[in-house]
Ligand binder design. Structure first.
Ligand SMILES: Cc1ncc(COP(=O)(O)O)c(C=O)c1O
Length: 463
C-alpha cells in the first residue's frame, strides 16, 4: 500500500493517546496556536539533522523546522556540545555571561547600521520592546503595520492580522481590526494599518498620520502571506518616507534574517532604524533580540540612571541560548547561506517545472531557503489578494489542506499553509524526494488545471 493511502490515524496511535490526554490539561490539547493537520498533532520523540521521529516511530523529513527557526535542523552537533558545556556550568544566573558579548558582536558585524543588541526570549517580546523604544524615542503614540502580517503576539502587532471583508475597510486605507475580542479602542486608534506592496496608499497613510507615528513595522517576506516578496520599489519608498517623516523603520527579521548574512535588509539594500531578530539566532532555544544604532539603543541604557525603556527579563541573554545561538550562527556563514539558498532555488525551480508539467492550478513562492506551495493559480501581492486566493476559495482551501496532510503521510513536514524552510542538514536528496512527493500528491488530488479551482466561496463577489 502506498504510504499516503489508508487511515492516517492508524499510523499514530501513541500520538492520538497523547493528544487525548493533553486535551484534559492544555486548552485545545496544545500550548501553541499552530494548526498541526489532521486528525490531530503528531508528538515528536526525537530529531536528528533533517529527520524527525514521532512517538509511533514514523520518520519525517522536516521542512517545518520549528517555523523556520532551526537553521541546522535538529541536534546540530556543534550546537548540542555548546549547550552541554554550558549546562554543566549552570543554566541561568542573575549575572551576565561572556557569550552574550560574542553573539551581539557577530550580529552587529552582519547587520548594517547595528551597533548594539538587546537579547530577550521571543520574537514577540522583541517586537513589543522595539515598539516601546520607538514610542519613547519619538514621543509619539502610534505605530503602523501592514495588513495581514504576523509579528508575534504583542497586541498592537496583532491588529488586522486576519480581518474579514466585512470589517477590513477601504483598500487604500484599511481599518484597524482587533484580533481578539476586548482589544481596547485606544489601542486600535494607535495602530495605523497600511496595504502591503502599495506605494501610493502607503505614502498617503504615512503622510496623513506622520505627526503621531513612532514606528512602521516591516517584513519583506511575510510567512503569513505565504512568503510572497515585497517589491523593491515599495521597500525603498517605505525607507525614504519614514526617514523624511521622522518615523522609525522597524525591520522584523525574525524569519528573513536567514536569507543573507545581513538579512532582508541586505537583500533589499536598505538599513532599518531598529531590527528585530529571533528564531535562528537562538540555535533552537527560545530567543528574541532588538538591534540598532547606539543613539536609539540608548533607550535601554540604565548605566546612568533610569533608562527610557527599562527592561528586566529573568531569562534575557540566557547562557544556554547565547551558547547555542553563537554555535549555530558561527556555523551559518556566507558559504552555508549561499549553499542552502541555492538548494532553495533548486527546490522552487523543480516544483515550478513539475507543477507546470502537470498543468496544476498551483504556484510556488519564496526566496533563498524559504518556499511556499499554493494550491491555486491566482497570484497575489498583498493580504486581500491572498485572502481571495486562499481563504475565499473553498476548493483551493481543501486542496491546500490535502497537500499538507498527504505530504505528512508521505513523511514530509511543512505548515498547513504550505510554507516551509530548508536547513543546512539538507541536500539534493531531500529536495528530490520532496519534489517527487509533492508531484504525486498533486496528481492524486486530481482536478489539475480545473476551473473548479477558481470557484468562489459564498460572499466572495462582495470582496
Ligand atoms: C515575522 C515574525 N515576527 C515575529 C514572530 C514572533 O516570534 P516568536 O514566535 O518567537 O514570539 C514570528 C513568529 O513566527 C514571525 O514569523
Amino acid at each position: 500500500m502506498h504510504p499516503a493511502d489508508g487511515d492516517p490515524a492508524k499510523k499514530l496511535p501513541r500520538s492520538a493517546l497523547m493528544h487525548a490526554a493533553a486535551g484534559e490539561v492544555l486548552p485545545g490539547g496544545t500550548s501553541r496556536s499552530v494548526h498541526q493537520g489532521q486528525p490531530h498533532p503528531i508528538y515528536a520523540a526525537s530529531g536528528r539533522g533533517c529527520v524527525v521521529t514521532d512517538v509511533d516511530g514514523n520518520r519525517y523529513v522536516d521542512f517545518y523546522n520549528n517555523a523556520t527557526s532551526l537553521i541546522h535542523g535538529h541536534a546540530h552537533p556543534p550546537t548540542v556540545s555548546a549547550i552541554t558545556v554550558q549546562a554543566r556550568r549552570g543554566t541561568a544566573f542573575a549575572l551576565p555571561v561572556e557569550s552574550q558579548i560574542a553573539l551581539a558582536r557577530l550580529l552587529r558585524d552582519r547587520i548594517g547600521g547595528v551597533d548594539q543588541v538587546r537579547f530577550v526570549n521571543s520574537g514577540s517580546e522583541a517586537v513589543l520592546l522595539a515598539l516601546q523604544v520607538a514610542r519613547a524615542v519619538t514621543g509619539r503614540p502610534a505605530i503602523a503595520k501592514f495588513e495581514g502580517l504576523y509579528h508575534g503576539s504583542a497586541e498592537a502587532a496583532e491588529v488586522s492580522l486576519d480581518p474579514d471583508p466585512d470589517a477590513w475597510g477601504s483598500p487604500s486605507a484599511p481599518a484597524s481590526v482587533a484580533y481578539t475580542r476586548g482589544t481596547p479602542a485606544g489601542l486600535l486608534e494607535n495602530v495605523v494599518v497600511l496595504p502591503f506592496n502599495d506605494i501610493e496608499a502607503t505614502e498617503a497613510g504615512l503622510r496623513a498620520n506622520a505627526g503621531r507615528l513612532a514606528a512602521v513595522l516591516l517584513d519583506v517576506m511575510p510567512m503569513r502571506l505565504g512568503f510572497i516578496a515585497a517589491d523593491r520599489d515599495w521597500v525603498a519608498a517605505v525607507r525614504r518616507l519614514t526617514r523624511e517623516l521622522g518615523i522609525l523603520l522597524v525591520a522584523d527579521e525574525v524569519v528573513t534574517f536567514r536569507l543573507e548574512a545581513g538579512g532582508g535588509q541586505a537583500v533589499h539594500g536598505y538599513s532599518a532604524d531598529l531590527t528585530i531578530l529571533g528564531k535562528i539566532i537562538g540555535g533552537g532555544l527560545p530567543v528574541g533580540a532588538v538591534a540598532g544604532p547606539r543613539d536609539i539603543m540608548h533607550a535601554f541604557d540604565d548605566s546612568g540612571g533610569r533608562a527610557l525603556v527599562p527592561n528586566a527579563g529573568t531569562f534575557n541573554a540566557n547562557p544556554l541560548t547565547m551558547a547555542a545561538g553563537l554555535a549555530a550562527m558561527r556555523a551559518y556563514g556566507p558559504a552555508e547561506i549561499s549553499r542552502i539558498n541555492q538548494l532553495g532555488g533548486t527546490l522552487r525551480a523543480r516544483l515550478d517545472a513539475g507543477l507546470a508539467e502537470l498543468h496544476a492550478a498551483a504556484h510556488v513562492t519564496g526566496a533563498g531557503s524559504l518556499f511556499g506551495i499554493h494550491m491555486t493559480d491566482r497570484r497575489y501581492r498583498d493580504y486581500r489578494s491572498y485572502w481571495r486566493a486562499h481563504v475565499a476559495d473553498g476548493d483551493a482551501r481543501r486542496r491546500q489542506r490535502m497537500l499538507h496532510d498527504d505530504l505528512r503521510q508521505r513523511g514530509f513536514l511543512l505548515t498547513t499553509a504550505g510554507v516551509g524552510a530548508l536547513s543546512t542538514a539538507m541536500s539534493e536528496g531531500e529536495v528530490d524526494a520532496f519534489v517527487a512527493a509533492v508531484m504525486e500528491t498533486v496528481q492524486r488530488m486530481g482536478g489539475m488545471g480545473s476551473p473548479a479551482a477558481h470557484g468562489s466561496a459564498p460572499g466572495t463577489s462582495a470582496v
